[in-house]
Design a protein around this ligand. Sequence first.
Ligand code: ZN
Length: 133
Amino acid sequence: MKKIEHIGIAVKNLEASNLLFEKLLGVSNYKMEEVLSEGVKTSFFKSGPNKIELLEASNENSPIAKYIEKRGEGVHHIAFEVDDIISEMARLQKEGFQLLSDKPKKGADNKLVAFVHPKSCNGVLVELCQEAP
Ligand code: ZN
C-alpha cells in the first residue's frame, strides 16, 4: 500500500458538516459526488496533501445509515491507495483478511474500491482504492 488516500467520516447531515469542516480546515470542499450503488453522498476536503471524505446516507438502507444508527457519527473508514487493487485484494485474502467483495467496485472520486471487513482488522474498516484506468 502506498499511502493513506483519505479518511472517511460518517455524518448525519452533509450540508451542516460541510460548513463545520469548512470552519475546521479553513478551506471549502472541492467536490461533492453521489455514489448511487453505495447509497451515499460524499463531499471531499483537502488538508495539505491529505483528503477527508464526508459521507451521508442517501437512503435508509445505506451502509452509512446503518453505521450511524449503531455507532453514531464519526470516523468510518481509512482508505489506502494501491497500484493494483486486484493483486492487493488477493494478497490480503491470503494473509487472512476478510474482504467485503470479490471484485473491486466503482467508488467516488474516479476510484476502484474494495473494503476489508472491520472484524478482521481490529475494528477498522479499511478501504483499498486505485485510480480508475
Ligand atoms: Zn472512502
